[in-house]
Design a protein. Structure first.
Lengths: 355, 513
């Protein structure tokens, strides 16, 4: 062995490695697109134009990115505490339910400046409560949180279908959706389309999560638990309480997806609005290295893929919705599961450059 | 001169930027016991791993019986008749001795006959080397000393003529160690070459014919054991004069700070871990807890530090009573003035991935000035860490460096500094110098005595008898979860303590009449 395995410089680790990962993903996508008979460069240009080519498409990209930021942060907060929250999907769903219930109950009485914060708080509360049950089961009963959060996604979906079909459905409606919210519960738009103030909420959450994790004693204790539970016990941290705290924060963040979707866009409670954001949050957090800044950037990429992919599917008949999911899957594969793949190559490159 | 059993010439090995072994040459005489001594991190284990084929050397030659050989793995080493007994036993508890013996020897030439052949071979080895072990006993039922014998038999079974032992006495009582050395002497008479790696001077002096001293990856000296003494070897190891014994003034014990009454701990499966512990710890004294590891010392420390709650009896700490119904927790114990340097600093006392400054407030992170108005005060934490590093000579003095980047000794100094920073009333210290180099040991011991002289009540748990003997004013010996004896520090000697550590005191109690 002649190569000394020197660690990569920090900038290469944080910037170059993810870029190489994404490039690898796109090369693979290009090959697949070629196989189904589409010019990969044409497809790529459509994808890019579709994502950022006009103010409208940028608006949609940012709107999708907002959801990815919420679920990415949710996964990251739990992950720093050593907990793998796979339940973002269900927590987002319940967050929307909470937000919707609060609005349906109060939108006739409250002005917008009060209705909006109450709706946001209700989303956080319901999301946190949905995460608190698996957290409690793990902390006191020893049920593994990965299993319980997954199961809670199904419970959430079933609960929502029941509520929408039997309880919350607007009188006389044929589709399972609630009555429309009063305008006092509409989040102000930013630009002409789906993008709304939730983006600012998401960015504020990025800052808040960063401050919490690295600049408060609770964040310190949470990270201690994640790295080394024995040391956390030694330090006097109650692991049960800390597990509850981490999961409730995580669930609240996931619940904000409901704010973006229902208060920002649909303006009523609908079915299936989490649409996989909860699961994609895992990939976003992984790619963003569980750091709020990284998550914001990864969310932007995922938002662009979502929006550009939709345009692509619209413009090229050979490329279907499923192909777009495949593209997203490959990006997740290369920047998640195979994240370390190019590391030795880069190390060799750097060792060669500076012998 | 006869051909040496093993000759290493110019062995060199780096790990990244760490030059672990630097051009080491040595020759190991056939049929003798050769010691390799050095501090932790001096490179002795790396050197032996190269010889055993676990690492490949960057440069240099290995000769066995004069022939240059290529070691690509333990299999090559075994083929050349080299066997290694690791510090931590590689035995399967639920298997019998015989089953353990053939385990992993599948590639060796001896396996062909299966268990029956192994049984015959074991009988022969036992007869030839005086290593008696019941082949059908389960390993879990054997004492630690017997388990080690199984490890040695395993190596001999594979046809080893050269036996490397890595820190073999770490888990043994002094008596078991003496027995091991008698076994090694028998092996030597039968023509087996033995290499003993240790950092304990006493063992080198007691067991070896010839000793090599390593320091910072280099071979700094070679001596015939008969021509040297412990002082000279210590000086060679550290590179300067070391005082192995240090003077301390007699203790002036004050009020009782911590006392345990009938303290007991039973785990969820009903196993008794602590049984009727009585102890009183006074201000201004060091109480040492001696014992072979695994006899309840770990659990005792956990209970005293508030990490586990006792299941019976009670504990009075600075006026607060703790029992099964009124458990304490580590944070509360800290508030009461109990500081705790845990036995396993890597797993408990620090977070490897944290910066040194973050590790330097572990357990104190919610207190001012580190935490103010719900926010961590980064500059205050950094300054605190820098002060601790200065005062305890932690190197390198970089608060922003990852905790895992520091050497064992420096990690321990950082943890100790953190716990002593608030001038605790009670200081609980587990294995104060495990994995710490001699220079740092001296420093840590001096600091512990200093804090005793300042009026702190200090409890030291250690499996190193030398450490207990040189530090403690009073020594309690634990065996099987009980305190089986108490000796004044000044009147203690290794033999009596060793007998107590092996449970002899208790046996006398129960079978004496």
């Amino acid at each position: 062995m002649t190569l000394s395995r020197r660690p990569l410089p920090a900038w290469a680790d944080i910037v170059l490695l993810p870029l190489v990962n994404i490039a690898l993903a796109f090369v693979t996508v290009g090959i697949i697109v070629r196989i189904i008979g589409v010019d990969p460069f044409h497809a790529l240009s459509l994808l890019v134009v579709g994502a950022v080519g006009s103010p409208e498409s940028i608006g949609y990209t940012l709107y999708y990115a907002t959801n990815f930021i919420f679920t990415g942060l949710a996964v990251a907060v739990a992950f720093h505490g050593g907990l793998f929250n796979i339940g973002g999907e269900g927590q987002a769903y319940l967050g929307g339910l909470g937000c919707g219930l609060a609005i349906l109950a109060l939108d006739r009485y409250l002005p917008a400046w009060l209705m909006i914060p109450v709706g946001i708080a209700a989303a956080a509360l319901f999301g946190a409560a949905w995460a608190a049950v698996p957290a409690w089961l793990q902390a006191w009963r020893g049920s593994h949180i990965v299993i319980t959060t997954i199961m809670f996604n199904f419970v959430a979906a079933a609960l929502m279908v029941y509520l929408m079909v039997n309880v919350l459905i607007a009188p006389g409606s044929m589709t399972p959706q609630s009555r429309g919210f009063a305008p006092s519960a509409f989040l102000p738009q930013m630009g002409g389309n789906a993008l709304n103030l939730s983006l600012l909420l998401a960015l504020a959450c990025c800052v808040a999560v960063w401050v919490f994790l690295w600049h408060t004693p609770w964040g310190y204790a949470l990270r201690t638990m994640g790295h080394n539970p024995e040391a956390a016990v030694y330090a006097g941290t109650n692991l049960r309480h800390m597990t509850m705290l981490a999961m409730c924060l995580s669930g609240a963040l996931a619940g904000f997806v409901g704010v973006n979707e229902l208060m920002g866009v649909h303006h009523r409670i609908v079915l299936d609005f989490p649409a996989g954001y909860g699961f994609a949050g895992i990939a976003v957090a992984l790619m963003g290295r569980n750091h709020p800044l990284g998550i914001a950037l990864a969310a932007l990429l995922f938002g662009a893929l979502q929006q550009g992919g939709a345009e692509l599917a619209f413009d090229i008949p050979q490329i279907t919705r499923e192909t777009v999911v495949l593209i997203q899957g490959l990006v997740i594969l290369f920047s998640g599961a195979l994240v370390q793949l190019p590391r030795p190559w880069l190390q060799a490159l750097f060792a060669f450059r500076r012998p | 001169m006869t051909v040496p059993a093993i000759a290493l010439e110019g062995i060199d090995k780096s790990f990244g930027s760490v030059h672990a072994v630097r051009g080491v040459s040595l020759s190991i005489e056939k049929g003798a016991i050769t010691g390799i001594i050095g501090e932790n991190g001096a490179g002795k284990s790396t050197l032996m791993s190269i010889l055993y084929g676990l690492y490949r050397a960057d440069a240099g030659t290995i000769r066995v019986d004069g022939q240059p050989v290529q070691m690509d793995g333990p299999r090559d080493a075994i083929r050349h008749g080299i066997g290694m007994v690791h510090q931590h036993f590689m035995l399967i508890d639920s298997f019998t001795v015989l089953e353990n013996l053939i385990l992993g020897a599948e590639g060796g030439p001896m396996l062909a006959g299966g268990l029956a052949a192994a049984r015959a071979e074991l009988a022969r080895l036992s007869r030839d080397y005086g290593l008696t072990v019941d082949p059908d006993a389960k390993v879990a039922d054997l004492s630690v000393g017997e388990q080690q014998r199984v490890e040695i038999l395993k190596v001999l079974f594979r046809g080893a003529r050269i036996l490397i032992l890595d820190e073999p006495s770490a888990v043994l009582t002094p008596q078991e160690t003496d027995r091991l050395f008698r076994i090694l002497a028998t092996l030597k008479e039968r023509g087996v070459t033995v290499v003993l790696i240790t950092h304990k001077l006493r063992e080198i002096m007691a067991a070896t014919d010839r000793v090599f001293v390593m320091r910072q990856g280099q071979m700094v000296a070679e001596r015939r054991t008969a021509d040297t003494d412990a002082e000279e070897l210590a000086e060679l190891m550290v590179g300067r004069k070391v005082r192995l014994q240090f003077d301390k003034v007699p203790p002036h014990p004050g009020e009782v700070r911590l006392s345990a009454e009938h303290l007991g701990l039973v785990d969820g499966r009903g196993v008794v871990l602590l049984d009727d512990i009585e102890l009183a710890l006074r201000a201004g004294e060091i109480v040492g807890i001696a014992g072979v590891s695994g006899n309840g010392q770990t659990e005792l420390l956990q209970v005293l530090a508030g990490i586990r709650r006792p299941t019976s009896g009670r504990l009075v700490v600075c006026g607060r009573t703790i029992d099964a119904d009124h458990p304490g927790d580590p944070a509360e114990m800290r508030d009461l003035g109990v500081a705790h340097v845990p036995e396993d600093r890597q797993r408990q006392g620090m977070v490897a991935a944290f910066r040194a400054s973050e590790t330097s407030i572990l357990g104190y992170h919610e207190l001012p000035p580190f935490s103010q108005h719900g926010l961590l005060n980064g500059p205050a934490v950094g300054a605190h860490c820098a002060r601790l590093m200065e005062r305890f000579d932690v190197r390198p003095r970089v608060p922003g460096l990852r905790s895992s980047s520091f050497s064992g000794g420096n990690q321990q100094k950082l943890v100790l500094a953190r716990e002593m920073a608030r001038e605790p009333k009670v200081l609980l210290v587990g294995q104060p110098t495990r994995g710490v180099d001699i220079g740092a040991i001296e420093f840590i011991h001096r600091e512990l005595v200093k804090s005793r002289d300042a009026g702190c009540a200090v409890l030291v748990v250690s499996v190193e008898l030398d450490e207990i003997l040189s530090l403690a004013d009073r020594i309690l010996v634990m065996f099987g979860g009980r305190i089986v004896g108490e000796v004044e520090g000044s009147r203690a000697d290794e033999r009596t303590l060793g007998l107590m550590m092996a449970g002899a005191g208790r046996e006398r109690d129960s079978h004496g009449r």
